[in-house]
Design a protein around this ligand. Structure first.
Ligand code: NBG
Length: 807
C-alpha cells in the first residue's frame, strides 16, 4: 500500500503544476490553487498507472465490464485517491511544510452529487472495488452540469438550490475529444428492400454531439484504475451563422441551448419514475453514446464483433439505461448487418440487469408515442423484439392471453422497461436475498417460471475503504492493532475481530473511539451553531425521505417519548439525540411535510428546558456523501425501519454497522442478512415481516382501528391533529387515518408502532451496560465482513459477467 514517492519528488510535481497552470510559486498559491495542483499531480500519477494497466489488459485480451448507470454518487476524489494510492502521509507532510493543511484542501473539493441516493452510491462503491480487484472496468453516466440540489430548510420547509459542482470538480475530468460521437433523435425511418436485404435509413433526425469526460478511480494496493466516463451533450452546429448574420441573435443561441439542455440537471427523484420527455432524452443519450463507444473500443482491438459477447459484459443498473438493448440491436443490424436472430443472441449474452426496487411507482413505463416520435428506429426495434418474444410465449402458452399481456414489453400503449430488460438480458438480479425472492415470486414471477436460471441474487456491498478506512481513522488503528491491516484489501478478514469479544481492553478502546467520533461530530456541528451532547445516544436515520422508509414512524416515536416526559419530567431516560438527514424530491409533498414535522418537533422540544437535555432532534441540512462520511462513524444506533418488503437492500445500514452502530430495524432488505450475520442478541428487530405485511393487506388494514384501540397511538395522533409550535399537522394526521384514496397510513406506521416502541425501550435498556454494548458493536464490525462491495463484485464477475480475475 505504501507508495514510495519521496517528499522531494512530490514537491517538484506540485510546484510544476502551480507554475504550469497559474504561473505561481508556492508562497503565492492560495488554497484553491493548491487543491487543484494536488489534484493534477494525482491525475498525472493515475494516468501513468492507467496506461500500464491498459497495456496489461490489452495483452491478456481480458473480458471487459461496462457498467451503465444514470447516477454515480462519487463523493470527493482527492482523499479517496490519496488513500488508495498510499500517498496521504507524504502529501500531508509536504503540504504542512508549505503551511497548508490537507484537511482544508479536502474541503475545497465540491461533493459531486451526480446521483440521488443508494442506487448511485452503490455504482460508485462498485467502481472502487472494480479498480482494487483489477478488473478492466468502465462506468458510464452523464456529466450533469447541476447535480442533486442543495437542500436548505427555511422554517421547516425544504427549499432547493442548484448544485454547482463543476467549478471545483472539473479538475478531475479529462475531456476526451478523440472519442466524441453522435446521437440522433427524432426524424423518420425509411425501409428499403435491396439486393443486400432490408436497408434501414433514419432521416431528418436531430443530431447531438456526445463528448466524454473521464474520471479516474484508483484501486487500493493494486495496479487497477477504473474509468468513469461521463457524457456531455454539445450542439453539433455550434453556432447558427445564418441566423446570426441576419440579425436573429436569439435564434442563433437557442439551437445550442437545446442540445446542451440534455445534461443540464440530474432528475432529483429517488425510487420514483418521472415520465418526462427530457429524461427519456437523457437515457437514450447515455446509452447511444456508450454503446457506440464500447463497440469502437472493441473493434479497435479485435476488428470483428463476432466475439463481442465473449469480450464484453454490459451491465444496466436499474432500468434507466434499458434502451442500450435496442441500441445495441440497432448498431449490430443496421450498421454491421448482423441478422436479427444473431444480433439478438449477441445482445442477450452481453447484457445483464440489476433490479433495485419493487415499488410500483418507480417502475418505468414510457408512452409508446413518445418513443416512436423521439426514437423512431429504436421504437421499431422494441416492437420487433416484442413481437418475436410474444410469438415464443404463444407457443409455450397457447391461448393464455392474460399471461402474454403481462409479459409483453408493450401493453396499453406503454413500453415497460423492466420487461424489456428481462427479455434482453442474460441475468437479472435483486440486491438482497429478500428482494431477490420478491422479484422472483412476485414482480417477475411469470419470467421466473419461463427461465428460473436467469434470476439470481447479489447482495449489495459498500466500499469499506471509503466508509471505514478513510472515514474512521481511530477504528482503523484499533483494527490494525488487533487483526493486522489485511482487511483493507480483503474485508473477510474483519471477521477475525470476533476473537476480541472477551477482551476488556479492546472493548473499552472501542467504546472510547465511538465517544471520540461523537465528540468530533458534535464539534463540527457546533461550528454551525448546533449544540448537541456527545454523551447522549446518537440515534441516526440518514437516507432519502420516502414514505416507505418511514421517517414518520421515527417522528411518532419521538413524540411519544416527548409526551411521556411532559407528563412525567422525572422519567428516567438516558439522554438521546435523534439525528435525521434526508432530502425529499422537490415535488414530493408528503415527504416535505414529514421534514416540516421533524423540524418543528425539534424546535418544540428545544423550548422545554427540562426535556431538551433528555431528547433532542437535529435535522441535518443537505445530506451528501461528505456529511455521511462524518456522521456515520458517530452513530450508536442505525434506524432501518422501512415497511418490510419495500426496501430492496439499503446500504446505509451496512455503512453504520461497519462503524460499530447497532441496527434498529425491520426484517427488510439487507437487514435480514445483517440479522443473520450478527445474531439476534446484537441487533434490535421489530415489526411485521414481509409475509405478515402481505397478510395484513389481505385481511384489510384499517389504520383507524389502531388509533381507536391503542392509547399511545391515539395520544400521538391527537398531538398531530392539534399541531404545535404554531403549526398545523392536520395533513399528516389525515394521511395516517384517511389517506388520499381512503387508505390511511399506506406504509403501516401505526401497525408497527407498538412493537417499534417496545423494542426501542429494550435498546435503551441495553445501552446501560456499556461493555455489553461494546461487545455487540464489535460483533457488528466483524459481521460487516460480508457486506463489502468487493464481495458483491466477485459475485457479479463469477455469476453474471463471467470474467476471470487478472490478480
Ligand atoms: C435503491 C433501493 C435501496 C438499495 C439501492 C441500491 C433505487 C431505485 N433503489 O434499497 O431503494 O440499497 O437501490 O441497490 O434507488
Amino acid at each position: 500500500m505504501e507508495n514510495n514517492m519521496t517528499k522531494e519528488e512530490l514537491r517538484a510535481l506540485i510546484e510544476n503544476k502551480l507554475s504550469r497552470h497559474y504561473g505561481l510559486s508556492i508562497d503565492e498559491a492560495d488554497r484553491a490553487q493548491m487543491y487543484k495542483s494536488c489534484a493534477r499531480t494525482i491525475l498525472e500519477l493515475l494516468s501513468e498507472k492507467r496506461t500500464k494497466f491498459n497495456q496489461k489488459i490489452k495483452e491478456s485480451q481480458a473480458k471487459k465490464v461496462y457498467y451503465l448507470c444514470m447516477e454515480f454518487l462519487v463523493g470527493r476524489s482527492l482523499k479517496n485517491n490519496l488513500y488508495n494510492l498510499g500517498l496521504e502521509d507524504v502529501f500531508r507532510d509536504v503540504l504542512k511544510q508549505w503551511n497548508f493543511d490537507l484537511e482544508d484542501l479536502y474541503n475545497e473539493e465540491p461533493d459531486p452529487g451526480l446521483g440521488n441516493g443508494g442506487l448511485g452510491r452503490l455504482a460508485s462503491c462498485f467502481m472502487d472495488s472494480l479498480a482494487t480487484l483489477e478488473y478492466p472496468a468502465t462506468g458510464y453516466s452523464i456529466c450533469y452540469e447541476y447535480g442533486l440540489f442543495k437542500q436548505k430548510i427555511v422554517d421547516g420547509w425544504q427549499m432547493e438550490l442548484p448544485d454547482i459542482w463543476l467549478p471545483g470538480g472539473h479538475v478531475w475530468l479529462n475531456q476526451r475529444n478523440d472519442l466524441v460521437c453522435h446521437v440522433r433523435f427524432n426524424g423518420n425511418v425509411e425501409e428499403n428492400w435491396t439486393e443486400e436485404g432490408l436497408q434501414i435509413k433514419h432521416l431528418n433526425y436531430d443530431e447531438v454531439e456526445a463528448v466524454p469526460y473521464d474520471l479516474m478511480i484508483s484501486g487500493l494496493d493494486s495496479e487497477g484504475v477504473a474509468i468513469l466516463r461521463l457524457w456531455r451533450a454539445r450542439d453539433l452546429n455550434n453556432f447558427d451563422m445564418s441566423s446570426f448574420s441576419s440579425g436573429d441573435y436569439d435564434r442563433a443561441m437557442t439551437e445550442k441551448m437545446n442540445a446542451e439542455v440534455i445534461c443540464k440537471v440530474l432528475y432529483p427523484s429517488d425510487n420514483h419514475f418521472e415520465g418526462k420527455t427530457l429524461r427519456l432524452k437523457q437515457q437514450y443519450f447515455l446509452v447511444s453514446a456508450t454503446v457506440q463507444d464500447i463497440i469502437a473500443e472493441h473493434l479497435q482491438q479485435y476488428e470483428t464483433l463476432d466475439n463481442f459477447s465473449e469480450k464484453v459484459a454490459i451491465h444496466i443498473n436499474d432500468t434507466h439505461p434499458a434502451l442500450c438493448i435496442p441500441e445495441l440491436m440497432r448498431i449490430l443490424v443496421d450498421d454491421y448487418h448482423y441478422s436479427w436472430q444473431r444480433a439478438y443472441q449477441l445482445v442477450k449474452k452481453t447484457v445483464s440487469y440489476t433490479n433495485h426496487t419493487v415499488l410500483s411507482e418507480a417502475l418505468e413505463t414510457w408512452p409508446e408515442d413518445l418513443i416512436k416520435r423521439q426514437l423512431p428506429r429504436i421504437y421499431g426495434i422494441i416492437k420487433g423484439l416484442n413481437e418475436s418474444y410474444c410469438q415464443e410465449l404463444w407457443k409455450r402458452y397457447p391461448g393464455d392471453w392474460e399471461r402474454i399481456e403481462r409479459m409483453s414489453i408493450i401493453s396499453h400503449s406503454q413500453v415497460r422497461m423492466a420487461n424489456l430488460c428481462v427479455i434482453g438480458s442474460s441475468h437479472v438480479n435483486g440486491v438482497s436475498k429478500l428482494h431477490s425472492e420478491i422479484i422472483q415470486k412476485q414482480l417477475f414471477s411469470d419470467f421466473y417460471r419461463v427461465d428460473a436460471k436467469k434470476f439470481i441474487s447479489v447482495t449489495n456491498g459498500i466500499a469499506h475503504r471509503r466508509w471505514l478506512c478513510q472515514s474512521n481513522p481511530l477504528l482503523i488503528q484499533l483494527l490494525d492493532d488487533c487483526i493486522g491491516p489485511d482487511y483493507k484489501k480483503d474485508a473477510s478478514q474483519l471477521g477475525k475481530f470476533r476473537n476480541f469479544y472477551g477482551n476488556k481492553e479492546v472493548l473499552t478502546r472501542l467504546q472510547a473511539i465511538k465517544q471520540e467520533n461523537k465528540v468530533r461530530f458534535s464539534d463540527q456541528l457546533h461550528q454551525n451553531g448546533i449544540v448537541i451532547d456527545p454523551q447522549s445516544i446518537f440515534v441516526v436515520q440518514a437516507k432519502r425521505l420516502h414514505e416507505y422508509k418511514r421517517q414518520l414512524l421515527n417522528a411518532l416515536k419521538i413524540i411519544s417519548l416527548y409526551l411521556d416526559l411532559k407528563d412525567e419530567p422525572n422519567l428516567s431516560l438516558p439522554p438521546q439525540t435523534f439525528l435525521f438527514a434526508a432530502k425529499a424530491a422537490p415535488g414530493y409533498y408528503t415527504a416535505k411535510e414529514v421534514i416540516r414535522l421533524i423540524w418543528n418537533l425539534s424546535i418544540e422540544i428545544e423550548k422545554d428546558a427540562s426535556i431538551r437535555d433528555k431528547i433532542r432532534i437535529v435535522f441535518l441540512e443537505n445530506y451528501d456523501v461528505t456529511m455521511a462520511e462524518r456522521l456515520l462513524p458517530a452513530a450508536d444506533v442505525s434506524e432501518q425501519i422501512s415497511l418490510a418488503g419495500k426496501e430492496a437492500s439499503g446500504t446505509g445500514n451496512m455503512k453504520m454497522m461497519i462503524n460499530g452502530a447497532l441496527t434498529f430495524g425491520t426484517m427488510d432488505g439487507a437487514n435480514v442478512e445483517i440479522y443473520e450475520a450478527v445474531g439476534k442478541e446484537n441487533i434490535f428487530i421489530f415489526g411485521m415481516t414481509a409475509k405478515e405485511v402481505e397478510n395484513k393487506w389481505k385481511e384489510g388494514y384499517a389504520a383507524s382501528s389502531y388509533y381507536h384501540n391503542n392509547e399511545k397511538i391515539h395520544r400521538v395522533v391527537e398531538y398531530l391533529r392539534h399541531g404545535f409550535n404554531g403549526e398545523s399537522f392536520e395533513s399528516i394526521y389525515r394521511y395516517l387515518l384517511v389517506g388520499d384514496y381512503g387508505i390511511g397510513d399506506p406504509y403501516m406506521c401505526l401497525a408497527d408502532f407498538e412493537s417499534y416502541l417496545e423494542v426501542y425501550k429494550q435498546l435503551l435498556g441495553a445501552y446501560h451496560d456499556r461493555i455489553r454494548w461494546s461487545q455487540k458493536s464489535l460483533i457488528n464490525i466483524a459481521g460487516a465482513e460480508r457486506f463489502a462491495a468487493d464481495r458483491s463484485i466477485q459475485e457479479y464477475t463469477n455469476k453474471i459477467w463471467n470474467i476471470p480475475t487478472l490478480v
